[in-house]
Design a protein around this ligand. Structure first.
Ligand code: SF4
Length: 295
């Protein structure tokens, strides 16, 4: 048995279906870091659910052994919020890409941040739309020549996910690099353990369609935030979030504890709706009678 097989055997979160991502895709690093983090934290597969949207990265739940909902484009977060509210016994992790989260799913991202529900959001950011063969995405670099910007390159400024998350009120904001898997795993462990909305932007190179932001491009630039970075100071986080170019910081930018929507809304507390009777039976209303009225 190879070392890889041994590792897979002892990690109960690895699924039977092998990923069909391109060889070398950055998403593999996140898959390994996340499943290792869950195993290290002592979770069982039936205690975790992944939700995803659409894109190469959103195939993620298929490659694991836990519950998964491969939903609609940009909808990994609303589905995750629904699971979080209906079954608070599950650990909820939304996984998706930059096109999915920062494009069509942008509104959901901001509202998920301000609701601060206890869940984790992992975004595989490869600065390109990989599944649809290389159109530029909301994080593509200015001037990047792609099939949808063939002449002068991308002429829209890229979104800064870290600044955006901080501005939206996210209580845990971090960035990892799939080429630094141990460090990425340590961030994901912190994100899963965080009580509130934990966001991790993961630099995850697309080796097929993004020939600009490659592993070597990142390796020349990324550095780990040190102990001197104050993760409780949002101003420090915002200053570090502006670094992108010659140097790119990875690590936890910001973390605070604050009440969530569930804590603040009395109707959401102390309930496990998934265990309650379906429909309105609890209020003595027969849903079938109501449906019959409309036949
Ligand atoms: Fe990964 Fe890019 Fe291949 Fe999609 S196209 S699997 S993002 S390398």
């Amino acid at each position: 048995m190879s070392e890889k097989e041994v590792k897979e055997e002892i990690n109960p979160f690895i699924g039977d279906v092998k990923p069909n991502w391109c060889l070398g895709c950055g998403n593999y690093g996140l898959l390994t870091a996340t499943t290792n983090a869950l195993a290290k934290l002592g979770f069982k597969p039936n205690e975790v659910v992944f939700t995803s949207g659409i894109g190469c990265s959103s195939n993620f739940p298929h490659w694991t052994s836990v519950y998964g909902i491969h939903s609609l484009h940009g909808r990994s977060l609303p589905v995750a919020m629904g699971v979080r509210l209906t079954n608070p016994t599950l650990t909820v992790i939304a996984v998706s890409g930059d096109g999915d989260t920062y494009g069509i799913g942008m509104g959901h991202f901001i509202h998920a941040a301000r609701r601060n529900l206890d869940m984790t959001c992992l975004v595989m950011n490869n600065q390109i739309n990989g599944l649809t063969t290389g159109q530029y995405s909301p994080t593509s670099q200015l001037g990047h020549i792609t099939i949808t910007s063939p002449l002068n390159g991308v002429d829209e400024y890229p979104i800064n996910p870290i600044s955006l998350a901080l501005g939206a009120g996210t209580s845990f904001v971090a960035r990892g690099f799939s080429g630094n898997r141990k460090h990425l795993q340590s961030i994901i462990e912190k994100a899963i353990q965080h009580k509130g909305f934990a966001f991790v932007d993961v630099l995850s190179p697309c080796v097929t369609f993004n020939r600009l932001n490659t592993y070597s491009w990142f390796r020349e630039r990324v550095y780990e935030l040190g102990d001197d970075h104050d993760t409780t100071n949002i101003c420090d986080g915002l200053i570090k979030a502006q670094e992108w170019g010659e140097k790119i910081p990875i690590g936890v930018f910001y973390q605070i504890m604050k009440p969530s929507l569930k804590d603040l809304d009395p109707t959401l507390q102390d309930r496990i709706p998934v265990n309650e009777p379906l429909g309105f039976k609890a209020q003595g209303i027969n849903i079938q009678d109501i449906l019959d009225e409309f036949r």
